[in-house]
Design a protein around this ligand. Sequence first.
Ligand code: ADP
Ligand code: MG
Length: 479
Amino acid sequence: MDKKTAESIWNNCLDVIKDNVNTQNFKTWFEPIKPVKLSSNVLTIQVPSQFFYEWLEEHYITLLKKTIRKELGSDGKLEYSIIMENAYGRTEKPITMKVPTMNSKELKNPSVSMPIDIGSNPIKNPFIIPGLKKVNVESQLNPNYSFEHFVEGDCNRLARSAGYAVSNKPGGTAFNPLLIYGGVGLGKTHLAQAIGIEIKKNYPNKTVLYIQSEKFISQFIDSVKNNNQNDFIHFYQMIDVLIIDDVQYFAGKERTQDVFFHIFNHLHQTGKQLVLTSDRAPVELQGIEQRLLSRFKWGLSADLQTPGLETRIAILEKKIYNEGIELPKEVVEYLAYSITSNVRELEGALISLLAQSSLNKKTITLELAKQMIDKFVKSTAREVSIDYIQKVVCDYFDLPIDLMKSKTRKREVVQARQIAMYFAKNMTKSSLATIGLHCGGKDHATVLHACRTVNNLMDTDKRFRSYIDELEKKISISN
Ligand code: ADP
Ligand code: MG
């Protein structure tokens, strides 16, 4: 009898799996898996990412279970070892992806906020009309911006899980302040609000306040004018969870920074939670005083990046589902492939598309989507993306897209890859180096060579030329 190893067991599993999923899916989801360990009845497999693991669990769990049991017996088990690529080099805090669950003790613990003494010394609430007695802080939260509506992806995993941890234990984690930063439309406001909403859900008695930094600034200016700065400061010092959006606007505003510094210190010292967002990393926040910057770094700075294709599709699907509508898959994919800049634009395109179709009573087809996108993004000098070119070329030649992105030198892949490079060169503004990087990690010389080869073939081979013409039509948006 030959000895069972992790490899041999996994190979047997793969044989069965191969018969049960299509080639594309097999290549995408099973070939990258590495068997790493076998101890008695537990097989450990290594998967490239958290997302990958979740995908397997969601889509292939039954198949995996069945095959594992077949190989290892009815109590056979599968363990995943997930490669955590740490793209967030700047934090040294270990982030456990499992979010701590709240225990009942924490829930019962009454929030120990500053006593709000309404009777003897009323604090003016800058949010309410002066003269109103009751200090009743409206959280200023938009219920649509909840965690349920926030799609998790590689682009936001750290920020999201830190935010979620904060929501379960405001002021009680190392993430204080939590600074979320990233470019426009990437979900800073949404995530910051989600934290507030979740805290309100978990701790209804806590005073949560979300505020745009501009509003904070203008309230402060008003308080100076009206000579009630102290009320302003006191008001903010009694908040349990203070969320300030877009703190980059504090830049150059020394007096606002000064007053915020005092508020910050008070809240931090009394264990209150601060959540801040900014459109850039703390190191790049010019015009913000050093003493504030260094405080921002006391907690955690987590960035939001542009979502990858899978996440863009997931976000669209979630929005579509929430709207209670249905869209052809090809349309969703087309949108996700075409709009790569940020989530707000992605949403904008989807909304325009829905509006167009309902106004003109047209069903939403790929055709309509193409026309619309073309108009929608014309102003921003749109170009097709390398990803989209690769997808069209691969569909045309019936190749899996990850092969094109791999380093393989199989003939049919090499040619398809060269064609994709050719189109990327002619139809996008990407540099040769960037194109090479997308197409199997080749260098710029390889891309140049590819373009020459394609040009030569077009001149000499009629059939080849007709492929290229046809492909060009498919790729062009304006059709
Ligand atoms: P920012 O504040 O970074 O400019 P927003 O938070 O306003 O961006 O996000 C822009 C839009 O994109 C919002 O409608 C938001 O709901 C949506 N959005 C951003 N990220 C996500 C995500 N991960 N999942 C779902 N929707 C998102
Ligand atoms: Mg915002």
